[in-house]
Design a protein around this ligand. Sequence first.
Ligand SMILES: [Zn+2]
Length: 481
Amino acid sequence: MVTRVRGAGAILLIGVVALLTGCSSPSKRTAGADYSVPAGGLRGEAAALLSRAIQVDTTNPPGDELPLAELLVGYARAEGLEARVVPTPGRSSKGRAAAWAIHPGKGTEAPIILLSHLDVVPADPSQWTVPPLAGVTGGGFVVGRGALDAKGIAVVHLLTLLELERRDIELDRDVIFLSVPDEETGGRRGAASITRDRPELLRGAEYVLAEGGAIQPGRGGTPDVWRVTFTEKSPCWLRLRTTGEPGHGASAPRSAAVPRLLRALERIMRYQPEVRVAPEVAQMFAAIAPLVPVADRANFRDLAFALDTDPEFRERFLSARGQASLVRDTLTITVLEGSPSTNIVPATALAEIDARLIPGGSCPALVDELRRRVSDPGVEFEVLLSFRAGRSPVETPLVDSIRRVAARRDPTAFVLPQVNTGFTDAHYFRDRGMKVYGFVPRWLRPIDTRGIHGENERISIDNLELGIEVMVEILQDLAEL
Ligand SMILES: [Zn+2]
């Protein structure tokens, strides 16, 4: 049923788009210039722009986002939008920068920022069926690193601004496009520097719409779920270092760095952080209760109580990894370094741990706990990355607008305020008092999201087009309140 609703929406949409693009003013782009609008209406334009964006290598490290910022800013300017390349600190051979553009509104409300990022994680071509940076288009998809995370979002956001211009839509507030560098390694050279040093670009914005939430298509009679992230788990990335007597592998020194590190890691692996239901997480599960099997509804409505008192439910709930990681801190050992040679005993060994804290968790408290468990003063702990995610209110006019647009498109759709297990740049903006929501209107099944940081990352062209249309609708609805 859900597919039918979406299908009907898509057919209707093609008609509306054809009508709108047909009567929009002729492009101000010059013939033969780099920024000419491709054929194929909004769909073709979105696919072509994303394909070009994927071809600009912004693998981070080192990032090198400047050429992509120039491409997007040039594209916006060619249609008369005020846009800027914003250099950011940090060295890389081609330079680092953000892209910024604005669709001015009446100014009666504070702006909304559409936030994305220009950098991508590395892709190993041997694991892909097409070259990851070729921007291949086919079968209704654009394939390539960044198609979902997050060049596809940047393209949807930028074309949202351009469609507002083309359709002569004047809103009560400015809509600001901002695509930053360096999100994938923590944002210190991107969102951190922009929110700290360039407040004039943010113009006292009230809202930020960013990555982190999507629409999960319904299955077997369940409705589509529009997931809107209002808070995230917080990272607490750690490095452990041990030192010991170096020497020859043929005669192991009595106190060597590697065995000492392994003893510490063994104790850390045995540590099971306690199950705790943060208020944000309780709120999310209570909201989703109507969608789960009847037998579990009461448990979801009072998750903390159910986990405490119903061992069978607790076991079932915690066996689902996604659910378990929302009620417990997680620790994953990801990096190990010892000797570069089989026959050399190194003087130091190190390991890195990607720990993620549930809302309300504290990185210093986790480090204290691990120190106590390791109980070896010779193991040094260093915090590599840590911040508090912050949270945005669940009930705001923007979330109401998302709800109304969801209901208009599909009366059965369900809007879920969710806690994200990953982290994004959102906290930098929350720290400045903005209400930040992770939501990009695109229908993604679990199989579609595997490409994020994985292989054969791709997005359907339907999703690009629908994303732009739904964004325009949300912004219009917000203005009509
Ligand atoms: Zn991302």
